[in-house]
Design a protein around this ligand. Structure first.
Ligand SMILES: Cc1cc2nc3c(=O)[nH]c(=O)nc-3n(C[C@H](O)[C@H](O)[C@H](O)COP(=O)(O)O)c2cc1C
Length: 229
């Protein structure tokens, strides 16, 4: 088995009883067992260790880089013009390098108000730096072969034919965003656990068995993907 690197991100605000965190932990344990001593795992809890929101100096540096085209990370560093930009770039570069180093990205994502959580969005905004996932020399997409496993949890149901089918701005958003970074569509695996709030929300009464089926399907999908990637 060759060396493999897993970047494990969690982004739900309530660790106790978290469905997404339970499923990402299940995936990480299976993945680690499969890759044995050759595995490197970086766990970044985006709630316990939040990524600071991007500021004006981040956008200023980004615009300067965009005017030049695709640059190496060292060449971006050479364009920094102020202590504020330096602070923004130091925060950003380490996260970009973390993502670039991963063979597999495991992302736990609860749905909040039909989309991703604030902690995840802060990470997304910071690491989506112009040209950061393109080889400055060859133009090659650096994340083309990166495998992504999104574990989505949502209190309600958004499947085909449900009343809120078109309210899902979480999974389509994450698919589009990973695609925009250059991750191949076939390398993005999405596992979804729905109706997680069935015991709390009266409007979901009677859907307990659907919720249990959704969770069982999610657990099986996690196991199958962990055995394959
Ligand atoms: C701030 C907040 C907003 C939420 N918004 C939605 C929502 O728009 N749709 C939904 O189906 N569930 C919503 N939920 C419920 C969560 O998606 C659900 O509890 C999910 O299981 C959270 O993931 P976790 O179990 O990993 O913490 C929301 C929960 C919180 C705390």
């Amino acid at each position: 088995m060759t060396s493999a690197a897993l970047l494990h991100l969690d982004s739900g605000i309530s660790p106790a009883g978290s469905v997404s965190r339970t499923l990402t932990a299940r995936f990480a344990a299976a993945w680690r067992a499969r890759h044995d001593g050759a595995a490197r795992v970086r766990h970044h809890d985006l709630v316990a260790d939040p990524v600071p929101a991007v500021r004006a100096a981040y956008a200023d540096l980004g615009r300067r880089v965009e005017r030049k085209g695709v640059l190496s990370l060292d060449d971006v560093a050479a364009l920094v013009e102020s202590p504020e930009e330096e602070r923004e770039w130091v925060l950003t570069r380490s996260l970009i390098e973390e993502l670039r180093a991963a063979d597999t990205v495991l992302l736990g994502s609860p749905m909040y108000n039909f989309t991703v959580s604030t902690g995840l969005k802060a990470w997304i905004d910071r690491i989506t730096f112009p040209g950061a996932y393109v080889d400055a020399g060859t133009g090659e997409k650096l994340l083309r072969d990166t495998r992504v496993v999104v574990v989505a949890a949502r209190g309600g149901g958004y499947g085909p034919g449900t009343p809120r089918e078109h309210f899902d701005f979480q999974i389509p958003y994450l698919r589009a965003w990973f695609g925009s970074l250059g991750v191949a569509e076939g390398n993005v695996h999405v596992v979804t656990a729905e109706l997680t709030r069935v015991d709390d929300i009266p409007a979901l009464d009677g859907l307990q068995s659907l919720a249990a089926e959704s969770l069982a399907r999610a657990e099986a999908a996690v196991d199958a993907i962990a055995a394959a990637v």
